[in-house]
Ligand binder design. Structure first.
Ligand code: ASP
Length: 312
């Protein structure tokens, strides 16, 4: 069975993390996403999810993820409700579980949940009958971002076996990096992470992962480079003397990218802080796959919605 299944939740399937996805499942999700991209262009599968009601419950800010889940659900004919946390009873102190149970009683069948607390989607899956899709939980996981990154890299580089992917920056506080480490290693890539010591601590010794202590070492011959937003909201500022110092040592630009393999692409999950983790020229230049990552968000999320609901 594809995707995480919690027996206690019965028939519904969930995407809580990428941990339990085998390589074949990651590849299948990418294949279904390609099929969904074509279907969307041809306006096909417009009633695939017509019996589903998808609730968007974003307790943390989001642009790309929320919009692409909404478009994905609508492209497949689902009814979509956006909880709009700011204007909901969450402001009156309603607990996450009560809110989700309310959504379930009103007819929501699948919830797309983003929450600042790591593990919130697991709680949702345990305590409701909803299919739960994790749209980012605290510092823990961002599975659909890692899946769309896998698709983007596969389309840019071909098979990832033996390729070196560098992930540079605030790795320790990044749910994106944590999920990417899981999928990229399972797809056969070697992942080299680099950043200030406080932000890469604890990753040494993981299978398929190496830790670089300088930017030059991190980039050396890498086939692709991913950089990350400094997670100021997760108290990340503490790991470096100042943002300026971070940029001086670890910021990416065209010049520094020459240390990577010729033409190596640059990825970033967004939102970017141009001038901090990468230069505007690099973000908008020919190496950049950042726009492609955003474009791949809709078909990957179409695939995930179809898979968790059993429609694909
Ligand atoms: N959009 C990604 C996330 O929600 C990356 C970021 O915010 O830095 O984790």
């Amino acid at each position: 069975m594809i995707l995480d299944t919690l027996p206690a939740a019965g028939e519904r399937r969930h995407l809580l993390d990428v941990d339990r996805l085998e390589r074949a499942e990651i590849e299948r999700i990418c294949d279904v996403a390609v099929e969904m991209r074509e279907a969307r262009a041809a306006r096909a599968y417009r009633s695939l999810l017509e019996s589903e009601t998808v609730g968007l419950a974003f307790y943390e800010g989001s642009t790309r993820t929320r919009v692409s889940f909404e478009l994905a659900a609508k492209a497949l004919g689902a009814t979509v409700v956006d909880l709009g946390v700011a204007g909901s009873s969450v402001g009156k102190g309603e607990s996450l579980v009560d809110t989700l149970r309310t959504l379930e009683r009103t007819g929501v069948t699948t919830v797309v949940l983003r929450h600042a607390a790591s593990g919130a989607p697991y709680l949702a899956a345990r305590t409701t009958g909803l299919a739960v899709v994790n749209a980012g939980d605290g510092m823990h996981a961002h599975p659909t971002q890692a899946l769309l990154d896998a698709l983007t890299l596969r389309e840019a580089l071909g098979a990832l076996d033996g390729r070196t992917i560098a992930i540079v920056g605030d790795v320790g506080h990044s749910r994106v990096a944590r999920s990417n480490l899981g999928t990229l290693v399972r797809l056969g890539a070697r992942v080299r992470i680099g950043g200030p010591p406080a932000w890469v601590r604890g990753f040494e010794g993981r299978p398929g992962v190496s830790v670089a202590t300088s930017l030059a070492e991190a980039l050396d011959g890498a086939d692709a480079v991913m950089t990350l937003r400094v997670q100021l909201e997760r108290a990340a500022g503490g790991g470096v003397p100042s943002l300026r110092e971070y940029t001086r040592r670890w910021g990416l630009d065209e010049d520094r990218m020459r240390l990577a393999a010729p033409g190596a692409p640059i990825l970033h999950p967004g939102p970017t802080n141009e001038g901090v983790e990468l230069s505007a020229e690099l973000a908008n230049g020919p190496r950049s796959l950042i726009g492609r990552q955003v474009e791949n968000g809709v078909p990957v999320r179409m695939a995930i919605l179809a898979l968790v609901t059993g429609a694909a």
